[in-house]
Design a binder for this molecule. Structure first.
Ligand code: GDP
Ligand code: IMO
Ligand code: MG
Length: 431
């Protein structure tokens, strides 16, 4: 297959960066199609760690083209800092290797200020956003007042739109949110400098991708966040502001639905979530702390401790159905070493009723009692195991049971943070 999407099936941080990096070896082009720098994808190669925020995680492979599609919201100033950092590592030095859609919307400092001020006002009811202004940037897109990269082609009208937005946002910040306004004096100058650097990378990415696919190039679409953070199908309102499904790549990269050949869903071997919202299988005791330590579960975007829970088949089925997954990549199996027994949530119960599916609209999710199945654990460390045969029998049993419960084959298994630490059972580009 030549066109493959990799998407998270949980609440983000499933290890998309690692799987994308692994699959990118066989791709020509890697594409981000939604979200912004609220995403943080970690790559570990030769013991060196690199976190990418807006640039696709294919970036470590020389000769690959990295594309940010129109569905993303991009902070131009943060993007430049990210590009500088990558170039310091001698990556993306060829200007042709990075393409940014003319139609992508810009995240501005006023978006971040509004995001943070709203969260502060919500206090205990806060969503727990990253505070990077992603929601307010998507709001402006839907309200048709957003600034797009194409607007940089006409700086006079860009400056006028920016001034109007700044005035409106500052009035909102001051009088409604009771927050400090944004100082706009040097913003235009900063954006002019960003413009100079970014213009050579701007491109009609939809057309570029269509031509590449037609020419037989292999394209890997990199989802950000996770299906449970999807604006429509996630645990609303504790979600992000974009569609996080594989199908979002059609709108978000400008690629026809019929072009997508396979979707790989990614899940950790347990569950994590950063920020507020329901989490039926959350583990709130020492075991949760232990998994947080051993799995290094601290947000790559904000450093916040991630909440930890058991694997949840109700939510996994929901996500795999929505994405039409061809296969599942299960990461961080190594982190479960030494935990016995292991639990898998197979259904929920609420007031005597059993739920095998997500309750409608995610309502009552915070009241659902998980029904667990227990499986034996294993004690031998898995670090870096690359074949099923080298896994302890109990680890194989755990994988088999997940595959059975989900009806979707497990195609990859993560056994450590490094690029090589994986069992690849089926590579979609070789299928
Ligand atoms: P993403 O947002 O989905 O790309 O995931 P993050 O990078 O935010 O978080 C996943 C974390 O788990 C990162 O620190 C990865 O290096 C790490 N990781 C990914 N796969 C594995 C694995 O199989 N085992 C272990 N131990 N760590 C992994
Ligand atoms: P990756 O791509 C984990 C969560 C935030 C918050 C909610 C809304 O690394 O998997 P936002 O700033 O998007 O308005 O925050 O969504 N969130 C993520 N959690 N990983 C992510 O991305 C996330 N992107 C957003 O923590 O709960
Ligand atoms: Mg992440």
């Amino acid at each position: 297959m030549n066109t493959v999407a990799v998407v998270g099936t949980q609440w983000g941080d499933e290890g998309k960066g690692k799987i994308v990096d692994l699959l990118a070896a066989d791709a020509d082009i890697v594409v981000r199609f939604h979200g912004g720098n609220n995403a943080a994808h970690t790559l570990v190669v030769n013991g060196q760690k690199l976190v990418v925020r807006q640039v696709p995680a294919g970036v470590l492979h020389p000769g690959k083209i990295c594309v940010i599609g129109n569905g993303a919201v991009v902070d131009p100033i943060a993007l430049l800092a990210e590009l500088d950092n990558l170039q310091r590592h001698s990556l993306l030095s060829d200007p042709q290797s990075f393409k940014l859609s003319y139609e992508a919307h810009m995240v501005m400092p006023y978006h971040g200020a509004i995001d943070r001020a709203r969260e502060a006002r919500l206090a205990k009811a806060a969503i727990g956003t990253t505070g990077f202004g992603i929601g307010p940037a998507y709001e402006d897109k839907a309200a048709r007042i957003g600034l797009r990269f194409v607007d940089l082609l006409d700086m006079k009208s860009f400056a006028a739109k920016l001034e109007r937005n700044l005035a409106d946002k500052n009035a909102y910040l001051k009088s409604i949110l009771k927050a400090k306004p944004i100082r706009g004096e040097d913003l235009l100058e900063q954006l002019k400098r960003a413009r100079k650097r970014l213009l050579p990378h701007l491109c009609d990415t939809g057309e570029y991708l269509e031509d590449a696919i037609a020419a037989g190039k292999r394209v890997l679409f990199e989802g950000a966040h996770g299906t449970l953070l999807d604006i429509d199908h996630g645990t609303y309102p504790f979600v992000t502001s974009s569609s996080c499904l594989a199908s979002a790549l059609c709108a978000g990269a400008g690629v026809a639905l019929s072009r997508l050949q396979a979707v790989v869903g990614i899940s950790k071997a347990y569950t994590t979530r950063v920020g507020g919202g329901p989490f039926p299988t959350e583990i709130k005791n020492r075991l949760g702390e232990r998994l947080r330590e051993e799995g290094e579960e601290f947000g790559a975007a904000t450093g916040r401790p991630r909440r930890i829970g058991w694997l949840d088949m109700v939510l996994a089925r929901h996500s795999l159905r929505l994405n039409g997954a061809w296969g599942l990549a299960l990461t961080k199996l190594d982190v479960l070493t030494g935990i016995d027994p292991l639990k898998i949530c197979v259904a929920y119960e609420h007031r005597g009723q059993r739920y095998d599916r997500m309750p409608p609209g995610g309502a009552l999710l915070d009241r659902m009692r998980p029904v667990y199945e227990e499986l034996p654990g294993w004690s031998r460390p898995l670090d870096g195991v690359q074949t099923l045969a080298d896994l302890p029998a109990a680890a194989r049993r755990y994988l088999d049971r997940i595959g059975e419960l989900l009806g979707v084959p497990i195609v990859m298994v993560g056994t450590g943070a490094g690029r090589e630490a994986a069992i690849v059972l089926k590579n979609p580009f070789a299928a």
